[in-house]
Design a protein around this ligand. Structure first.
Ligand code: ZN
Ligand code: ZN
Length: 364
């Protein structure tokens, strides 16, 4: 049976069980598995309640799925992991005071982001989809793996980006400019920061499309043939490091206050997920002002007429300035997504990460 036809309930249980196990391991080894920055955002009680809800849901749904006789192996896998999570302490697991460590994984960031995104986007994509599509559409496991890696390695990404920007800025800071920017009201700084960041991002993005060596890496992002809230996670790790570093550089050089930079980082996280969502809502004039799903979906169209448009991720104005604005006025959506040569990028996160380094057999 092809994986995409496997029972949805069985897959939910098969994911929930391991997530509970990861949650318990996060309590056992918080200094290694949870991120120092994100730990400040939620309470221990919240994490315990979430773990308890996950365990209860795994056992209830797993039993129901087994009784229905579908997805037996998947359900048993989920129940097995949840049982192990219980044996390791469950939601009442004790843990030692958290010792500082130079590096940790962001398991908590992954689990809580996944839950929040799924709770928000799965229902609205079901109610107002642009294209009819199953939640567990083809290649969902690949994109979930990207979501996992992008979140779990958050500290590694942050450290790499910060090291790069600090090294460059130590050579070229101009304090009077920074002081001047910081005199502006915060709302104006924020608008300016979004514009500067998007102009930088769109220019870098255009370079990925223009230069074959860079395209090898960016083609991974364009290899998704089904778009939804999870699909935007598919991005080569080197592209994440390179784009984030280059976009953050002008923001720090111009000297926007940390609150403005943090607000921008939150916005880019939200808008990147929203832009890929399979969300067919009509936004009217707002589509001209903000990058929304239909706008970015045309960037992913396999139609060669749209191969080099919509590089912006925040403001369509940026594409108008770069000459890459091409949103159809009739409200239409692309029929197909992905690369013009669908076989140009292999399947699976590991092969997709390795392939750009191999000799290429042709353009994508
Ligand atoms: Zn692109
Ligand atoms: Zn995209």
């Amino acid at each position: 049976m092809p994986p995409q036809n496997a029972p949805v309930l069985g897959w939910i249980v098969a994911l929930l069980g391991p997530f509970c196990l990861l949650g318990v391991l996060g309590f056992h080894f918080p200094e290694l598995l949870t991120s120092r920055e994100f730990r400040q955002v939620y309470s221990e009680d919240f994490a315990r309640s979430l773990l308890l809800a996950g365990l209860v849901a795994t056992f209830l749904l797993g039993t129901f799925s087994l009784l229905r006789g579908h997805g037996r192996r998947l359900s048993l896998l989920g129940i097995g992991c949840a049982t192990l999570a219980l044996l390791l302490g469950g939601a009442t697991v004790e843990f030692e005071p958290i010792a500082p460590t130079p590096f940790s994984l962001g398991l908590d960031w992954f689990l809580i982001s996944l839950l929040a995104s799924a709770l928000v986007f799965i229902p609205i994509e079901r109610m107002r989809s642009a294209h009819p599509q199953a939640v567990l559409r083809p290649e969902w496991r690949t994109d979930l793996a990207y979501f996992f890696v992008g979140h779990v390695l958050i500290q590694f990404i942050l450290i790499s980006v910060t090291s790069f920007t600090s090294a460059v800025l130590s050579l070229a800071l101009y304090p009077p400019l920074q002081s001047g920017i910081q005199l502006l009201p915060v709302w104006l700084q924020f608008l300016f920061a979004v514009f500067v960041a998007d102009l930088t991002q769109a220019s870098v993005h255009r370079a990925y499309h223009r230069y074959p060596l860079l395209w090898r890496f960016h083609a991974v992002h364009h290899s998704s043939r089904s778009l939804d809230w999870l699909a935007g996670s598919r991005m080569h790790l080197l592209e994440i490091l390179c784009t984030r570093s280059l976009v953050l550089l002008p923001l720090l050089w111009l000297g926007f206050t940390p609150a403005v930079v943090n607000a921008y980082v939150i916005l880019v996280g939200l808008q990147a997920v929203l832009a890929h969502a399979n969300l067919g809502l009509r936004f009217g004039w707002l589509e001209q002002v903000l990058v929304l799903p239909r706008y970015h979906h045309w960037h992913h169209a396999s139609d060669p007429a749209y191969a080099h448009c919509h590089f912006a991720i925040h403001l369509p104005l940026v594409d108008r300035l770069l000459g890459s604005y091409r949103l159809p006025a009739d409200g239409s959506w692309p029929d197909h997504y992905g690369l013009q040569d669908p076989d140009a990028v292999p399947q699976g996160i590991l092969r997709q990460h390795w392939q750009p380094f191999l000799p290429q057999r042709g353009g994508g």
